[in-house]
Design a protein around this ligand. Structure first.
Ligand code: ATP
Ligand code: MG
Length: 260
């Protein structure tokens, strides 16, 4: 009998240690997360709790851990074109044009195919006309758009985004969140989105995974049962915001002066 293959990402009993100053330090402990194909999952947690480490494991960039990380029932052992990554800071090659940056990772494609893919993705991220520009001639938001286009050019099934909008101003950030949702819909992607920003996590995600301080553990998984487009001022949104603030700051009321 054929065993059905689960589609999506599954992290089971994951433990990750790093050697710091000759000592083994536990970074992630007993992480269990299931992400369905097509789901948009936000991950939040304080700095240093292991969010990027977790994303690197899912990307296949780190396989030195205990437990399992699987995609569609297959162990993740190395990077794959099925999983695109947008890193915390854009990592564009400054000496290549926007087009060359986007087409850099495309393998086994003819010149014309590459040209088509670049054109299609420039359009998708709203950068028509900038194909010949160099990264040094772009704003922060535009550079992140190029990073997203590059990650999408290989047509991944899963997009891993590590605080992609962290360096952007508030207005550009909101605009990029909209673009991100549009792309998610259009491409039928699974997105795993790491952020420090609680409102961003609520606005985007189908669910939010809250990671505790080091060693990072899954503190809570909060489903966001609010239809899109979401209103940041709505009652439902505020209730989820309150719940998440409570998770983070319930012991520190007086410091943060936030009504919970
Ligand atoms: N290659 C490494 N060697 C040793 N320790 C590491 C390594 N990479 C990360 N760490 C440690 O693991 C912990 C988690 O790092 P990680 O980058 O995953 O945190 P993060 O949650 O992404 O933080 P931030 O929100 O600041 O980006 C940190 O304490 C960091 O010092
Ligand atoms: Mg990080």
């Amino acid at each position: 009998m054929n065993v059905p293959i689960e589609s999506g990402i599954s992290i089971k009993d994951l433990n990750k240690k790093f050697t710091i100053d000759k000592k083994q330090v536990s970074i992630l402990e007993n992480i269990n997360i299931d992400i369905k194909q097509g789901e948009f999952v936000s991950i939040i947690g304080s700095s240093g709790c292991g969010k990027s480490t977790l994303l690197r494991i899912i990307a296949g960039l780190d396989n030195d851990y205990e437990g399992t990380a699987e995609m569609d029932g297959q162990k993740i052992l190395k990077p794959s074109l099925k999983r695109g990554v947008v890193f915390q800071e854009h990592r564009l090659f400054p000496w290549l044009t926007v087009s060359e940056n986007i087409s850099f990772g495309l393998k086994n494609k003819s010149r014309d195919e590459k040209k088509d893919i670049v054109k299609q993705h420039l359009e998708l991220v709203g950068l028509n006309g900038f194909e010949k520009a160099y990264p040094g001639q772009l704003s922060g938001g535009m550079s992140q758009r190029v990073s997203i286009a590059r990650a999408l050019a290989n047509d991944p099934e899963v997009l891993l985004m590590d605080e992609p909008f962290g360096a952007l101003d508030a207005l550009t950030r909101i605009q990029m969140q909209e673009e991100c949702l549009k792309i998610w819909n259009k491409k039928n992607l699974t997105i795993i989105f790491v952020t420090h920003d609680i409102d961003e996590a609520i606005y985007l995600g189908d669910k939010i995974v809250i990671i505790s301080q080091r060693p990072g553990k899954v503190k809570k998984i909060v489903p966001i049962d609010v239809g899109r487009p979401r209103d940041r001022n709505s009652h439902d949104f505020s209730e989820i915001r309150k719940l998440i603030y409570k998770e983070f700051f319930s012991n520190q009321k007086e410091v943060f002066n936030y009504t919970i």
